[in-house]
Design a binder for this molecule. Sequence first.
Ligand code: MG
Length: 505
Amino acid sequence: MKIQNNNVKSLLVLYRDISLLGKINGLLGWDLNVNLPQGASEGRAEQSAYITKLITQKWQSEEFKSLLERVKSEKNLNNYEKAIVRNIAHGAKYYHRVPEKTIVEFSRATSRAFVAWSKAREKNDFKSFLPHLEKIVDMSVEIAGHLGYDKNPYDALLDLYEPEFTTEKGKKIFSELVAELTPFVKKITSSKTYTSYTSPFKENAEFTFEEQEKFSHFVLSKINYDFDKGRLDISPHPFTENVGADDVRITTRYKKNDFTESIMIALHEGGHALYEQGVNPEFEYTPLEGGVSLGVHESQSRFWENQVGRSFEFVADTFSSLESYFSDRFRENTSPKDFLLHFCRVSPGLIRVEADEVTYNLHIALRFEIEEALINGKAKAKDLPKLWNEKMKKYLGIVPKTDADGVLQDVHWSYGSFGYFPTYTLGNLYAAQFTNAMKKDLDFHQVALNGQYKKLLDWQRKNIHQYGSLYWPDELVKKVTGESLSTKYFLKYLKEKYTKIYDLS
Ligand code: MG
């Protein structure tokens, strides 16, 4: 990476502190989720808040602001320099346009809302969460106003998570997905293969955490996750933390009665980590480090989880290993096909994080529509339980009996993360479109069947990972696939795969 412009050089020096502080905060967050003694949460909140304050001050310093303004009007920047300025300007929007008073108040409101949400969910008491939700919606509308937008205040929030993603693009994507997937789910659930499903496990089979941990290590090594520069731990909600280019950690969880989730989490978080481990090391501590957006990041995890982990090839390749670990708890005569059906089981359910590939995006469509309505004042927070249940009925044909299994199930709104949910769907779409391009360059079927996952990773490294945040999502997807993001490849992928798995005609 060649940096010639002196103002960009100075800006990078200042940015380095922001990046370093971010990683220190990340480590505190990792420790909070993995190791923290129960009584230590107050102290950790204090420490983390202090680092956040330092980061905010760095973004808001006069030196940083004036340097950024100067650099924005520079003419002859090279591509690296342009991307650096673009990324900093994008990140600075929040800190420079939203008044400090609002940032602090929002942080306080969301901290309180998170605690209220946890209790409300536990007690199935939406009413106790409602005043917090109302406050967060009001403040999100205010923040969108500060950030600025052309057509829709929701655009300002979407752009925080996925640069240049808009309500209009989202409406098109979700209407296409809903139109195709709702009838497809019905077709699957009325098939003979669906109704005759039986678990591949013996009744009351149990799998110890130690066994599952070993198998997760085996799977992660297979996909070339670098354990010398990472580690696997346990946390209630799995995540990936980049503490540094040589320290990308992942977490997982284990269920006693089924190891499927732990395999899929290892592949998913492993996919996020491979992306971070594969970025050009010269980008570290600059605004080009790390994955470019949440949507593209999610595509790299969904690729390993779904395109690979839930494929006939992966199951065929790993079946003998599964047998050597767990076969005494398999039903008699289980075959790879039984495991493919188990891993790819489609089942319209209430909970998003447990959803299969086919129904998953319907859960997101519902959240996208509700967020858009809330931010535009077309829906009121108090009406959410009713709205939620109506949409569940319409898209998935089921209605939750409790708000805990409905509108209260996700943490995101208590964090104030309006605009985050759609990036999960974007991840699925990017993954399918990238894989379609990958399959033109290599024989996916043979490569995966023979467990040559390094070849898949090399393709990702060459086409996606190395660039970090150099190209924005639309630039990247055009560069790799020749066109902008569409639902076409994802729908084709799902229909071909599940028509085969469920013997549909
Ligand atoms: Mg993810």
